[in-house]
Structure formats: C-alpha cells, structure tokens
Ligand binder design. Structure first.
Ligand SMILES: NC(=O)c1ccc[n+]([C@@H]2O[C@H](COP(=O)([O-])OP(=O)(O)OC[C@H]3O[C@@H](n4cnc5c(N)ncnc54)[C@H](OP(=O)(O)O)[C@@H]3O)[C@@H](O)[C@H]2O)c1
Length: 249
C-alpha cells in the first residue's frame, strides 16, 4: 500500500537514499533539508524512474523551531495524511569536552537533540490528529554507550533522541501510532566522508540504507543496522568492561 513518508535531512546520505528506496517501493515522499538544489535534483531523479510517484520538497533548517512546525504542517496540508515521519537530519561535528570547541558541540546538540525534539513535537501533532502514523527516529550505534573525545556529544545526542522515541513508544503502546528507533553502524555518507580514517566496518550507502528501509517497513521497535555486525556488537558495546570497549572504539 502506498504511504506518504516525510523525511528530514533528505538532501544527502542516508536521507536521500531512503527517499530513493521508499520511492522504488511505491511510496510518496515529503522531503526537506536546507539545500533546496539537492532536493530538486533528487525529486527529478526519483520522478524520472517512478513517474507515478508524488514527491514534494520544502526547504527546512531543523534548528529553526517555527520553520519545523510550518514545514511539517505544510506537508500535512499538501498530502492530507502523513503516514510516516523519519527524523533523520543530523550533524557529526564535535570535539573533546573542555578543548575550546563548545561551539561545535553545541551545534551538534542543537541539531541532533533539540531539533529532534521540535521534529518529534511536530510529527506527533500530526499523528495525534490522525490517530495513526509511524514515528521513526534515526539514532546511531554510538548511542549504546558513552563515547570518548570528538564522539562524546554526538553519542549523547543520539542516546537522547532514542530515548525521546522510546518514551513515546511506552506512552503509545497498544495504540495505532507505531514507533521505531534505528541504530545505524558505519554507512557511507557525506558525514563520514570527512572522517580522517574510513572505518573498516563501513558499508556502502545503498547497502546500509537497504537494511534501514527493511527495518522501517517491518515497523520494528528498534533495529541495529546492518544487523551484522551491529546487533551482536550492541551487546558488546553496552556490557564490555571499559578497557575492552576502549580497544574496540
Ligand atoms: N552515516 C553513518 O554512518 C551514520 C551512522 C549513524 C547514524 N547516522 C545518522 O544518520 C543521519 C543522516 O546522516 P548521514 O550519514 O546521511 O549524513 P549526511 O550525508 O551529512 O546527511 C545529513 C543530512 O542532514 C541534513 N541536515 C543537517 N543539518 C541540518 C539542519 N540544521 N536542518 C536541516 N537539515 C539538516 C543535511 O541536509 P542540509 O545540509 O541540506 O540541510 C543532510 O541531508 C544523521 O542523523 C546521522 O547522525 C549516520
């Protein structure tokens, strides 16, 4: 059945590839990000392959609270119903705490957590009015445990975002609104293009997003993706003694 799926941070990486793969599965798309030119290119690409699909785009900076509500409400008006919202917009900036880069850590916290809260509010406003919907939070494997150095703030924001979604799931248990939390491992995207060393566990964008889309389509409560090695690794990351963990990360 065709669904209407709203994706934030759809201009590159996982968000853009989710849009391609959901379009391929026959879903309509409400796509937003700051870079409108990238969204326009993506819409053209998807419609060329799937002329029957509906793809709407809007410019959105998720750190602008008012704009988040305006854009989500605008898409809801355009389509009538939003079946699924994927909160995906995110930033990988960061530096060890106390090293003079509060600006970078703050920007990551505002984008990945405070803006995820605004997007959650705006999504839930729509879902409560519909008494239906699928709420999807893109967290990260780094949420499994406190992470050192430049990852500290990023990991904390991703744990916070996951908890927002889990809180909603507890509240909505047994109701028609479903909640999924996705914990991606290393997947190629603009975010980790900038990393000095490519992680040997990194998979291609297409492969990683296939695993994400599969978990979302199944409306899984939570999913570490790709499942191998990340599902077993999540147990190790949560429970390994610190000296073992430090060698792994
Ligand atoms: N790739 C991985 O290995 C990995 C692993 C775990 C979790 N994740 C999560 O996956 C999500 C997508 O990241 P990615 O890897 O695909 O990185 P990416 O290619 O850098 O994509 C990030 C997306 O977020 C958008 N974005 C960033 N700041 C924004 C803002 N203020 N307002 C609106 N949109 C904003 C960007 O669009 P504009 O610049 O056009 O606004 C872009 O579309 C993030 O939440 C990230 O934390 C990724």
């Amino acid at each position: 059945m065709t669904k209407t799926i709203l994706i934030t941070g759809a201009s590159s990486g996982l968000g853009a590839e989710m849009a391609r793969q959901f379009g391929h599965l026959g879903h309509d798309l409400a796509l937003c990000a700051r870079r409108l030119d990238k969204l326009e290119e993506l819409r053209t690409e998807i419609l060329a392959k799937h002329p029957g699909r509906r793809v709407e785009i809007r410019q959105l900076d998720v750190t602008d609270d008012d704009q988040v509500f305006e854009v989500f409400r605008g898409f809801a008006t355009d389509f009538g119903t939003i079946d699924r919202v994927v909160i995906n917009a995110g930033l990988g900036k960061g530096a060890p705490l106390g090293t003079g880069r509060y600006d970078a850590n703050r920007e990551t916290a505002m984008t990945n957590f405070v803006a995820a809260l605004a997007q959650s509010e705006a999504a839930m406003e729509i879902f409560r009015a519909q008494n239906a919907g699928h709420f999807v939070m893109i967290s990260s494997m780094s949420a499994m445990r406190g992470m050192p150095k430049s990852m500290t703030t990023y990991a904390a924001t991703k744990a916070g975002a996951a908890h927002l979604a889990e809180g909603l799931r507890t509240e909505l248990h047994g109701k028609p609104i479903k909640v999924s939390v996705i914990y991606p491992g290393f997947i190629a995207s603009e975010m980790n293009e900038k990393a000095e060393h490519k992680n040997p566990l990194q998979v291609s964008t297409v492969k990683g997003v296939k695993a994400i889309v599969h978990a979302i389509e199944k409306e899984k409560d939570s999913a570490c993706v790709p499942p191998l090695p990340w599902a077993p690794m999540s147990v190790v990351m949560k429970h390994a003694p610190l000296p073992v963990l430090k060698r792994l990360i």
